[in-house]
Design a protein around this ligand. Structure first.
Ligand SMILES: N[C@@H](CCC(=O)N[C@@H](CS)C(=O)NCC(=O)O)C(=O)O
Length: 209
């Protein structure tokens, strides 16, 4: 069984739980006390991930860190139809581009949320302004996609792991003081993500109305 080293309130752990749920994969959670205990910095966990970061999975000895890498692995291994991680070169390029974008969201919107909810010492103004710059790019991309009849970050009728990777820190942005009111295309897209079959909520992310 897949083991997920997990923290309920982590957006990066959440994106992995999202895909596991959507693919109908059972998994065992190893919950860590990320805050306030900072268990992810204790020696037992550093032996598993020397970066001291969540999430990590252990799939019968395949140990992986980095949420985006984990999404690639799970979709490649457990979605043989290749819908979540399409195989053609152009789609692969686009999905990879948005996976990188997701990590930028972690370092901006995600960091702002850590500042506001767990007292992380970050340059909060810079995190928020970087997040807004990314949200503008995302909103414009989604608006043009909608004009072309596309619902998702990457072309095609089916969502991909790019949507799941970008969703959490966009959806949790208000917890870092970043409003989504100026981004209507983003708000329509988050609603579509919430309607994906098998979608699971987390604390602060509610099911579609
Ligand atoms: N690139 C990594 C970033 C992971 C990351 O930053 N995880 C956070 C939790 S959401 C973490 O463990 N941070 C360590 C810390 O803040 O002490 C990924 O996407 O998984």
């Amino acid at each position: 069984m897949i083991r997920l080293y997990d923290y309920e309130l982590s957006g990066n752990c959440y994106k992995v739980r999202l895909l596991l749920g959507i693919l109908g994969l059972s998994f065992e959670r190893v919950p860590l006390d990320f805050y306030p205990e900072r268990e992810h910095k204790q020696s037992w966990f550093l032996a598993i991930n020397p970066l001291g970061e969540l999430p990590v999975i252990d799939d019968a000895g395949v140990i992986l860190r980095d949420a985006q890498a984990i999404l690639v692995y799970l979709a490649s291994r457990y979605d043989p139809a290749g819908q979540w991680y399409p195989r053609d070169p152009i789609a692969l390029g686009h999905v990879s581009m948005w996976l990188g974008f997701a990590d930028s969201l972690t370092r901006s919107a995600g960091a702002a949320r850590l500042h506001d909810t767990m007292f992380y010492d970050v340059d909060i103004d810079k995190c928020r302004s970087n997040a807004h710059a990314l949200f503008r790019v995302l909103d414009e991309h989604l608006w043009f996609a909608e004009q072309a009849g596309q619902d998702w970050l990457c072309a095609g009728a089916h969502p991909t792991i790019a949507d799941l990777a970008c969703f959490p820190y966009v959806m949790l942005s208000e917890e870092g003081g970043i409003s989504r009111l100026p981004y209507p295309a983003i708000r329509r897209w988050t609603d579509r993500v919430k309607r994906i079959a098998g979608f699971t909520p987390m604390s602060g992310v509610f099911p579609a109305g």
